[in-house]
Every structure is written in structure tokens, then in C-alpha cells.
Design a protein around this ligand. Sequence first.
Ligand code: BMA
Length: 888
Amino acid sequence: MRRPPSFSGIRCCACALALLLHGPVANAGDAMPQTVVLDRGWAFRLAPDAATARAHPAAAAWQPAQVPGSVQSSLRALGQLPDPDWRDNEAKVQWAGLADWQYRLRFSADAALLRQRHLDLVFDGLDTLADVTLDGRPVLHADNMFRRWRVPLDGVLSAGDHVLQVTFHSPITRLQPWLAKQPYALPGEFDSAFGDEPPGRQVANYVRKAAYQFGWDWGPRIVTQGIWQDVRLEAWSGWCLEDFHVAQPHVDADRAQLQASFTVRADAAGPARLAVHWRAPDGREGTTTREVQLVAGSQQIDLPLTIDHPQRWWPAGYGAPNLYAVSAEIAVDSRVVAQAKHEIGLRSIELRRTPDRWGHSFAFVVNGLPVFAKGANLVPFDALPSRTTDERMRRLLDDAREAHMNMLRVWGGGTYLPDAFYAMADRRGLMIWQDFMFGGAIPPPDAAFRANVKQEAIEQVKRLRNHPSIVLWSGNNEVQTSWESWGDRQDFRKRIGAAESARIERGMHALFDDTLRDVASQLDPDVPYWPGSPESEGGAPANSPDSGDAHVWDVWGGSAPVEDYLKSTPRFQSEFGLQSLPVMATIHTFATPQDLAIDSPVLRAHQKFDHGNGNQRVLLYVRRGYGEPKDFASFAYLSQVMQADGIELAVDHLRSARPRSMGALYWQLNDVWPGASWSSIDVDGRWKALQFRARQFYAPVRVVPLRQDDRTALFVVSDRTMPLAARLRTRVIGMDGTVVADTTRAVTLPPLASTRVDDLADAALLHGADPHRTLAVFELIADGQTLSRHLLYFDRAAALALPSPQIHASLQRDAHGLTLELDAKQFARAVWIDFGDHDATLSDNGIDLLPGETVRVRVQSREALDTLRRAMHLRSLVDATTSPGLAP
Ligand code: BMA
């Protein structure tokens, strides 16, 4: 689907008047800047000499292309490429990424456009190795998906018809012959499963293109090519506002000291008046102006301004994400000749890394408040980037907010996201940890590669730096740590020898510790820079418990039991995860009923961990904790319960360890396609049990019982900025409803803190009751409301004597829509409600039902009540297994 232009930012000549090609030229006086969007009318075909043409004759002829888009999305629209998500079709779409392609646009240049003194052809993004010709003359060679390409056409374009042609060279086909001749291939990420690259020799390291497209451990290999962002002609005469940025050297409650900077190009020297106008959310306004003498050429002019008592931008959970509308104008002879506007948020950001009793802190401090970061890692929205609609982004960010997240990490193996994404994050108070796009492959050490990345970084930081949501620029994902500690890379270092290893290391150091640091800190000094994730303080090995951020993968990656999450307390846990399958409705979008087996070829094709063997790892964790799944659907369900329980344990541990730990970002929020993965929301936007659970474990106030060695340490955790007086109720009940104990006491939760309020031996809680038939229920209650409830079991689920709960469910229409009322005679754990393949959005799912309690779930669906009633299916833990689990 075609998106509205997304890389809006600032355009050269920001008062640009958009014209339709060949359309009427409204008010196009000579000096008015103009933009002509060139997104329509493109055709594409296989490059004439492409070997693939015989196998795909239709693609060898010119056909309509999607711009922005890719050859894959265009072929899909034409019905010439199978749906890569369906069964094992991924293999059938590989040819498109291996061929060379041509795009062509015939256009005629408008006379008004040609009267302008400056004319640029602008590509917001070309994917990736591209040669551009205009009327047969080469005008651009592009080699970086993440850069904007600007081709000056001053005096080149004449009136009349023109042909713009872009030839895309497959990065694999183009670079493999070169790579084959090299003495070695740098260690990369995931080998192709399709034989198009030899194992261990990947071109992805050498090309600036989204790494995940070459296949990842949660996504398919779809090597897109094409014009993936907008294209346009920009024309201006006289003056051009190339960039406008508002830096925030100092922001506190009393005042915001800002620095507006204008990058102006002028054709001739002369006087001008610069003005910055701001409007606060409460309507207050202000204008600062400055008379300047422009010189001919490009110049940066700064305009300091102060806003008293600013309405600051707060992250989710700490106040309103206030935004100021700020506009800039250049006027000459009292006539406005260029302007730009942004929405900015005033806030101070500090990544506090100070020595303390555990080592060095790693805490985001926003407007002076240390904020415990709660959130997840974001992977790209889709295997085909052009399918990333504003609606999908909005929905996912709303879902993150709904689960009380305040931070997302835009992970380095994907793409920088469109402006609209960051604007949505700004408005939701979601902090963004922004990686530069390095996903784990070792980058080449040569200066030309670095220069290319430097330009990319300059453009991306300039594009994004006005967004208050961005709180960190981070150099890479797992690049340096993998070099230090991964087995394949240690072998590689031995193989190539010390001198060559040192050269590669110097390259990484120059890239992450110098080039990217310099770009980020010079262009966006208000926001901290961190060279990579994970990284430790002072050159210590990554994943140190004492400093920096950590990726914790012993659980899952190393098959360690989930209880091992309690064994380490990193200062900021920026990755950890457990896989699950999506719900059956999503599985049905890619698999037939015959495919529904853990190790069927189709399920393996949609399980990318360990070459398709990952479902065995999921099964291992399910068996350990819960027992043997009764059937495939039970396996999918149990995988989600296992994932939710495990991640909950990790987050509870980290939150209770505040301020030693100051962040938990689980891996991963979303998916690029339907399949098994670490996500909490699947590619169709359906919530897994983990997403429902996240809403509980990330709630601002939380009661946390952590049980180890027959004792439970009880914490109350508060992200509130004021003390909270509450009641802590502890019930110990039999699964049949018998009450063993029921006590309540007053507790005060200090602000921004975790407080240990008890340390309880099992025996003291159980009073002699059977641990396998009993549970404890902890609740924090304030103003008659239960703010947090946490159930505690005295053994793993597989060892519990879960009763048959006798759930009673009634789905009714009432004044508010549909409500599902649930109750159970005996305890029901992790009750999962589904309506088969009928879509319904539920206010809760994966619910624990205490004996005798009634729970109401809001149901939103386009389906009729009767259809839903017929389709409704409930399962709980006791229904899902045939036998007790493995010993842990
Ligand atoms: C991490 C990430 C990704 C990967 C994930 C799951 O460490 O950085 O590269 O997808 O683990 O294996």
C-alpha cells in the first residue's frame, strides 16, 4: 500500500509548493520554491541482461512499479510473486533479490520549474546499489539504503520530455564475485538457507542495507530492491532554509535555554530577518527575531531564546508529553522567503553513569528524575518495509503505551524509521533508544565505508534530532561484543592473525567510538551517545554485571532454566527473551491444517532460530515448566504462557532491584512476519499472553513476590513521584477455594523506589497446607482499587495439582458493547479466550481466575454476537497437558 510521504523533516525551500506533475501551476511565480513529487508513473522490469528473464518473462517487460516500494511489493501487486508469508513460499521469492532491475519514469519538466535558479532531483531512499541516469546520462551512483540522495540539475534539465532511469544491482549477485576473491569474509550474521551465498561468506557486512532482510533468527530472507522512499524535484531561487533545529542546552522547571539554528543558503549577500515563533501547549506564545547579513552560499546562524516556566515533555507515566509548535522564518524586504516548522518537546536527558556501590550506574534521568526504563526491543514492522503503514505504527505504539512501557529500542539490524513513527512516540511519551544500523556483522575497516556511514549518520541525526522521544544514540547492536566473545569470531581472529585483527578492531573503534560519537554529539549534544549494546564502562568486557547495559541470553540461548534470571542483576537489561508461537488465528494465515505439527516443514520454515530447530527449544521450556502439550494448539498456547511467566519473572526481579537495575527492555515487541519468535505482539497485531502480562508487570505500582529456596522476598515497587499509602493484602488459598490465611497491613511505597517489605518462609505462608494445592495472592490496594495483584505458587506449574476449574462463561451485549463474564468454581490458571479465526480485541486474556471470583472482559469485534458465542473457546493450563513436565 502506498504511504503518504514520510520523510517530511525539512525540505530545501521549506515553503515548497507541491505540484502535481503536469498539473496546474498554482501561484508559481518565478521566485516561489517548488516541489514536484515524482512518485507516480514509474515502470520497472528485469534488467535486460538478467539471467532470470527466461524464468520470469512477464517481469522482463516494463510494468507499473510501486514507488515508494520494492520490486517485491510491485511484483506482489501484479500477482507475479507468491505471498512470501504463506507456507514455504519464502524459497520461491528469492530470485527477485538476486536479479538486477530497472525503473523508468518519463516526465516533462514544467517551464515554471525551469525558471528557478536551482533544481535538485531528490531520492529520499534507494534500496540499495543503484545507478541513476537522466536521458541516458549517468547522474548518480548510490550505495546506501539509509541515505538521501540529492542530484543538482541546475541548468541540466530543459523543457520537454525526459527519462529518468534507475538500475538496481542485486547486492548478492554484484558483491559475491568480489567477495570470493578476498582473502577472507568478515564474520556476519545468519547464513542464507537458500544456497545463494556460501556459508560464512556474506555480502551483508559490506553494504549499507537493512541487515534483517538477509534473514534473521525471527524473519525471512527477502532482499528487497527498489525506490523505497519518495522521489521529487525541488526548485528554488534566492533563499533556501536547508535545516532548522532547536537545541536545548539547558532545560529545568524555571527556564528552557534554547538555541535555534538555521542553515541558510542564499544566492546573494544581503540583509534578512530571521524569526522563531513558539507556541506552548497552554497557548502561551513568543517570538524571537534577529536581523542578519547573509553571505552568498551556505551558512549557519544561531538564535538563542529562552522560555520561562516551560511545560516540559515527560515520558509516559511521569506527566504529559508536552509539545511546542516551533516555526522558523526567513524574511527579506518584509517578504517571507523560506520557513519551516517542528513540534519539539523541552526536556533534559542524562544517561547517568556514575560510580556507586555496585560499579557504575546506567540510568536515564529525564528532567532530573531517574526513570526506570520499561519496554521492549522493536524490530522492523515488516519483511517488506513498504508495508509499514502509519496505522500499523500507531497501533503498535498504542499497544506499548497500553502495557505501561516508556521506552522502545529501535534495534540496529533494521532501518531508521519514518518521521511519523518518532512523531507518534513524541506524542505518547515513549522514549526511543535509537541504534545506528549495525545488527551484529563485523563492518569493513576501510575509510571509504566509514565515510559513507558518516554521511548516513549526519543525515539521520539531522532528520531525527528534533524529536524529544529520542533519548539515546547507540552505535551498534552486538558488534564489538561479538568480536570479543563469540566463538566464530574468536576462530576468525586466530585465522587472520593479530595484525589483520588489529586493523579490523581499529576500524570498529574508529566507527563506533569516534565517527558516530562525533556526529551524534556534535549534531545532537542534548542526547547521550553509547557506542554499542551491550557495552560496559571503561572497556570492560560487555555484559558486565557492574556497569553498562547487558543482553542476557543464558536463558533461552543457553537453555538455562528461567529461574536463572534471578542470578544476575545487570545495571540495565537491554535484551532478554523467550520464544513463543503466535495464536492459532495467525498460524492459520501461513499454514494449512496438515502443517500443524511442531516439526513440520512449514512450521520449521517459520521458525528461524537454530535453522528451524527452535520449536524444540520452545518445547524444552514448555516441558520443564508445564508438562507435555496435549496437541499442537496446546503447544502454541503453552508456549505463550511459558514466555509470559518467564519474562514476568525477569522484569519483576529487575524492577525489585532498583536502583541497582534501572531498565528492562525485553526482546522483542513485534514481528516482521507470521512465525515463532520472541515477540509479544505478532505481525497481525494480535497480542500474545506476554503483551497482556506486560501490562501487569510494567504497571507503575507493583507487588513483587520473588520465591527462591523455599523463601519469598516480598517487594513493593513504585514509579510514582509521590509516596503512596496503600494496603497490602496477603491471602493464602486452596485451589478449591479454602481460605488458609487472609491478612492486610498498611504499607507506604516511597517514590521511585523498590522496597522490601517481607521475607517469608513457605512454611509461614502455608500453615501446613499442601503446597501443590495452594497459592498465595498478594494485592496492593489504595482508595478501594487493586493497583497490583500477583499470584505465587509453591512449585512449577507441572508439579501443581491444578483442579478441573469448571469455568462458566457468558458473553452478553450490554450498554458498552460486548462483555464476557467468567467465573470458576476452582482455581483456573492462565485462561485463554479465543474465537477461532474470528477477530476480537479483548481487554484481558491469559487470566488467572480465583475460585469463586467473577472477571469481566470487554470484547470488541465486528462479528455478530451469535458467531462469537459459537466460536468461543476457552482453555486453561489444566486442559493443555497430557502428563507432568520434566524435572527442571
Ligand atoms: C539479540 C538481538 C538479535 C536477535 C536476538 C534473538 O541479541 O540483538 O540479533 O534476533 O538476540 O536471538
